[in-house]
Every structure is written in C-alpha cells, then in structure tokens.
Write a new protein. Structure first.
Length: 556
C-alpha cells in the first residue's frame, strides 16, 4: 500500500525515438498568492540517469517561471528546487539509468516542491489531437490530426459533445468519427479521448474543440472551371484519350494563416472535396492522376464518387507512410489494368535497374542522405484500351518540394523516367501491343525555366550544369533518359497560385513519337486569377490548377 494516500500521477515514458520523458501536473503558487496547475516535463535520452532527468525537470521549471513572468505573475519558487525519486520514503540513487528504473516493479514516486506523485510507466498518451478547420452538417467528422503513443484505438473511448458557448456541453455521440446532423448547426464540437493501451492501461484524457461553429454548405457559386467544361462535355473515343493531372491540396497541409485569403467554410475539406468532384466530373476524362489526396477522404468519399462516375481507382500513400498520396483513376468501361506498380524512390534505389542512380548518390554523402530522406513515390498503371488494344503506361508522381533542391528533383526524374522506360519495354516483350505510349503526370515542383524541365524534354543535361555540380563537384553526374518526351500540357504561367508563390509546377509529359497533343484545355488566365489574392477559394478547391489535355496515338 502507498505511503502517500490520494496521490496525483506522474507519467514516465520510453519512446521508440530513443527518448524518455516524465510529465506531471504540479500546483504552484504565484507571488500574488494564486495557485495554478502547470504540466511539468523532463526529457532525457535513453541511457541517461535519474540525475539527468532531475536536471531537466528543474530546467523546465525555470523556463516556465521566465515565461510566466512575461505573461502573468512570477511563480513563487524556492531558491533551490529539489527533485527526489523515492521508493516508499527512501530516495533512489541518482546514478540509476532510466531504463533500469522503469523496469523496477516497486512502487515509485517523485517529489517536487513538497508534492509527491505516484509514477506510472509507459501509459498511453495522445500527443496531438486537432479537429478539421471547417465542420459541416451532413458530413462525417473525425480528428484531422491524431498522434499518439502506446494508444490502442479499439480499446480507447471517444466522445463527441456540442455547445453554443463552449461552457455548457451536451453529449451527441461516441466513436472516433461522428456524423454531423442539422441539429449541430451553429454549435461548437468537442472531441474527447480517454486512451487505453492494448493491456487496458488508462492514460490521461485529451480533447480538441472546433475553432468555428458547425456550418451548412449552401449551393456552389458559378465557377470558372465550368467554362472549361464546355470544351469537355463528351468522352473521347478511338485513338483519342483525355488525361487530367491535379494536385488537390491535402487537408493535412491546410493552414488557416497560410490560406487566410480563403473563407473558412470554403477551406474546409468537405466543401473542397465536393467542389473537386464537381470539377473533375465535367472534364469527362479517360484517365485522372491526382496528387496530395488524403487517405481518409479517399476511403470515405473519393473512392465511392469515382466509382459512381465510372472510374476504377488506385491509391498509394506517399512513401508508404504519409497519410496522403497518389490516386490514378481510369474509365473502367474503356480500359483494363495489365500491370500496377508503386515505387518508393528511397527504398527502391538499391535495385539493380537503378545502378546508375545509386552511382550518382555515392558522389556526395550529403546529397545521398537528403535523397534517402524523401518519401517521393511513383505510381504506374499499364492500361489497355479494350477496343483498340492500344496500351498506355501512365506514371503519376509528386516530386520533392524544397525550392533549393533542383538537384534532388533531377535525380528523382532520372529514376522515375528509367522505371517508366523499363516497364514499357517489359510490356512490349510480354504483350506485343498494336501501339504503346507513356504518359507521365504530376506535380514536379519545378518551374519550366529550371533544369528538370529541360532534362525531361531532351533526356540529357550537361554534367557542368550548376545542379549537376551539386551532385558531383567534379562534373561526373551523368543523368540521362532514354525516353523522348514532350510537354503535352504546355507551360502556362501559373498552375500554382497562392499568396506566397505563383508559378508553373505541374505538367503532363507524353512520349513524343507515340502520342500527339490534339488539344490543351486552357487553364485560368492571369486576368481571371488576379481577381483573387490566392487559391483555394469558394470557386477553386485547391491551390493548384488542374491540367487537361486531349491526346491521340500516332500511327506506327
């Protein structure tokens, strides 16, 4: 039995990231006599001792006191802050390593400022939980961010509440997700989680409250893309194919401050995803390549909507680990899948077919490590037209975003074009098609005046180019492509239009001697875009513009 009745709890955890921390709710008096409760933390690396953890706790208290004096009142802390780890009422040695301390089966305690806490090890923790920026009637909602430690969702409890004033709350549902009803309109929603581990160990409750009131989505306004729809009101036939490429702006990257020009309702995913489907439906495309598609919204919304529109879809997480990624959709009545690949560049580079890419990376360790840190993926579908028996090798990607990483994107382009060429050759050997061509779509994160665009069109680049010299300062970076590609979508002034950046980043490349571009559906003009501070907004669902092209197989 504890020597300290009715104790508060301190949570000591060892993380997979080789770190340990302790968290506890400490009651502290201010110099005005008020008592406040603050979460106190201590952080150390694996292998460090109780002494190191004590020092970290003291540092956290001093930092908290400095912050408090800037914001409110000074804390009333003793000149010397003492921290003790106890077994009963006897102190543990400072030299004990944290992992060993954590394994001890004795009742363990920590004493700070004459307050004693019972230590519980490795309890589940909800690190971060956030609700979507906009929540709408008749649409399901669940946390947009839910990062945890040692939490077993099937064992945990989830509760939803609503309130008009954030003071009085009424329970409306249970479960990780909640179907928002018309009765919830003009209320705030609160999500509460009581986390449990697999072994039914309970952790501290976490909650998140919606920033805005639950809204009702009204009818969409007249949208500029409806003018484009007048050019795409029918599906193509025969040797003609319509292709769309579109970065949808994943909800997980939406920041209200960054997109402050967009009304909160229109920035919400439920509004944007409906507007996206309205736009895509009007293009009557044969093939649609999408980037930045949230997995949760693909599973709960896009998958069914595409099916209703007559499309078969494939989804892949970026790098097999990020919960957004690539989607390729195609007209299931016209095409059938012969092959389907998903390549994560950083893991696949060790394969024999990428020997030349690996050679490049070995020139500079810093370049190599930067390349290997990226989750960039390539999605490839081999589609056969059921009527003409022509075959398309369709690539879909989203290259590394950093503006100073043109050299990394060059290596990624080298690797992806190599893979597309290899797949095409394999298909020719196996199927001996009437005709075959490559279509390569994506957000390439590179302006057409940069090195990547020239490489994609010519299949070569001077080793003395400044971007190649970042890879090999001795001018040994041999980067090539055996594909002959042209840019079917052209080079519009803008495909990405935000307050922070405006430029062309997205392209549809096609194999020059196999496919001809018969028509490019124009993107919004500069005059049209200048009406807005940036995208997205009520009439544009993404910060990117969709690319739409009509292609035709050339006779062999």
């Amino acid at each position: 039995m504890s020597d300290f009745p009715a104790l508060k709890i301190a949570h000591l955890r060892e993380y997979d990231t080789k770190n340990c921390d302790i968290r506890l709710p400490l009651t502290i008096k201010t110099k005005t006599g008020e008592s406040i409760v603050k979460e106190i933390c201590g952080f150390v690396k694996h292998g460090e001792t109780l002494a190191a953890l004590k020092n970290s706790i003291v540092e956290n208290l001093i930092e908290l006191n400095n912050k408090q004096s800037d914001e409110e009142d000074d804390l009333l802390l003793p000149e010397k802050i003492t921290v003790e780890f106890l077994k009963g009422k006897k102190p543990y040695k400072d030299s004990i390593v944290l992992q060993d301390f954590n394994k001890l089966t004795d009742e363990k305690y920590i004493k700070i400022l004459d307050q004693t806490f019972s230590i519980i090890s490795n309890t589940p923790l909800v690190k971060i939980v956030r609700l979507p920026l906009a929540i709408c009637v008749n649409f399901p909602v669940e946390p947009s961010v839910f990062k945890t430690y040692n939490v077993h969702k099937p064992s945990s409890k989830f509760i939803w509440l609503k309130s008009k004033d954030k003071e009085i709350w009424e329970k409306v549902g249970e479960g990780f997700g909640y179907n928002v009803t018309k009765e919830d309109a003009n209320h705030y929603l609160k999500f509460c989680c009581i986390p449990y581990s697999k072994f039914r160990v309970k952790g501290p409750m976490a909650e998140a409250i919606s920033e805005d009131l639950v809204d009702i989505i009204s009818e969409f306004p007249q949208c500029p893309f409806e003018e484009r729809h007048k050019l795409t009101n029918q599906r193509l036939k025969g040797i003609n194919v319509r292709v769309v490429s579109y970065n949808l702006l994943a909800d997980r990257y939406v920041d209200r401050d960054q997109f402050s020009c967009c009304p909160p309702r229109a920035l919400g995913i439920h509004y944007r995803k409906q507007l996206t489907i309205k736009e895509l439906k009007g293009y009557n495309a044969d093939i649609i390549c999408l980037q930045e598609v949230d997995e949760i919204h693909y599973r709960s919304y896009y998958l069914q909507k595409f099916k209703e529109m007559g499309y078969k879809t494939h989804f892949n997480r970026k790098g097999n680990c990020i919960p957004e990624g690539l989607v390729c959709a195609y007209d299931m009545n016209r095409f059938k899948t012969l092959d389907y690949k998903h390549l994560v560049l950083r893991t696949a580079v060790q394969r024999k077919q990428f020997h030349d890419v690996l050679t490049l990376l070995d020139y500079d360790e810093e370049v190599k490590q930067l390349f290997l840190k990226q989750n960039t993926s390539l999605q490839v579908l081999v589609l056969e037209d059921k009527n003409t028996k022509n075959i398309l090798v369709v690539g879909n990607t989203h290259l590394y975003y950093h503006p100073d990483a043109d050299h990394i994107r060059l290596i990624q382009a080298f690797m992806t074009t190599t893979h597309l060429g290899n797949i095409k050759n394999s298909v020719i050997r196996e199927y001996k098609p009437n005709n075959i061509g490559i279509v390569f779509c994506g957000d390439f994160n590179s302006h057409y005046e940069k090195s990547l665009f020239g490489f994609m069109r010519t299949g070569t680049i001077d080793p003395e180019h400044k971007d190649c010299l970042k890879i090999s300062s001795e001018g040994k970076a041999t980067i090539y492509s055996k594909l002959y590609l042209s840019c079917a979508s052209g080079t519009p002034k803008y495909t990405n239009y935000t307050p922070d950046f405006k430029g062309c980043l997205d392209y549809i490349f096609v194999e020059t001697h196999r496919l001809a571009t018969t028509r490019v559906i124009p993107v919004a003009s500069e005059k049209e875009l200048m009406k807005y501070i940036g995208l997205p907004n009520e009439v544009y669902p993404s910060d990117h513009l969709s690319l739409v092209v009509d292609l035709q197989f050339k006779s062999r």
